[in-house]
Design a binder for this molecule. Sequence first.
Ligand code: AMP
Length: 280
Amino acid sequence: MKLITDIEEMQAFSNHARKMGKSIAFVPTMGCLHDGHASLLKKGKELGDILVMSIFVNPIQFGPREDYASYPRDLKRDLAIAEANKVDVVFNPAAEVMYAQGFQTYVDVAYLSKHLCGLSRPGYFKGVATVVAKLFTIVKAQIAIFGEKDYQQHLIIKKMVKDLNMDVDVVGMPIVREINGLAMSSRNNYLNNDERKAALCLYTALMKGKELFENDIKESGIILQEMRSIIEAEPLAVIDYINVCDINTLEDLDKIQDTALLALAVKIGKARLIDNCILG
Ligand code: AMP
C-alpha cells in the first residue's frame, strides 16, 4: 500500500494507472475509520482494479464553532485498517496543500444544500462539494463510493457530477450500524457510556416512523410527532431537525405517497449525530 501526500504524485500515479488500462475506485473519508468506511472499501475493491482512499479532514466544511480542531484523527490506526481492506493508495494531503494561499474557487450545489443539514450548517455542503470536486480531479477515479448515512451528501455529489459533467460513477452504500442499531460514525467517539445509550433514540425514532408508515400512516405530521416524542423523552438528546422529505429533492412532504426519506440530526453531548431511513 502506498501513502501519498503530494497532489502531483497522486495525479501521476492515477495517470499511469489509467494508461495501463486500470480502473480506479475511490473512497473519500475524513479518517477515524470504522466498519461503515470498510463497507465502502469492500465495494470499491469489487468495482475497480485499483482502490484509492483519501483521508482528509476538510477545514472548509466546518463552521467556526464546529469540531474541526477536535475531530478524531488517528492516521496510524487508519493505515492499518486501510491495509487490512486492501487499499492500494491512501491519499492524505495536508490542509495547506489542498488550500494554498489565495484559494477562492468553490462548488455550490445550491438548492439541495439548502435543506436538512444545510440549514444548521451553512457553508457545510459548499465545503463538501468543493473538496470532493478537487479530490475527483486529483484522484481521477472512474468510480466513487459514498455512504447513505450521509444521504444528503450522496445526493449532492450525484447532482454535482451530473451538472458539471464529471466522468465519475457515484455509487451509494447502505448504512452500517452497531448491533443495537446506532449508525456507525467517527463522531460516536465523542460519546461516553451514558451518551452512547442515549444515542440509540435516533434509531428507535426512525424505526417508530417506519412502523407507522408500514401501518398505513402517511401524514408526516403524525409520524414526526411520534418520533419527536421519542427523542424528547431522552434527557441527553437535543433535536436539530427531524424531517419527512422527498427522496430526490429533499423538500418536506406533508403526506407520503409511495416513498420518503426520514432524516434526523440530534445532538448528544458534544456529538451531532445524523441518521436516516427510506420509507417505501
Ligand atoms: P466520513 O469519514 O464521516 O466523512 O465518511 C466517509 C464516507 O463514509 C462517507 O461517504 C460516509 O457516508 C460513509 N460512512 C460514514 N459512516 C457510515 C456508515 N455508518 N455506514 C455507511 N457509510 C458510512
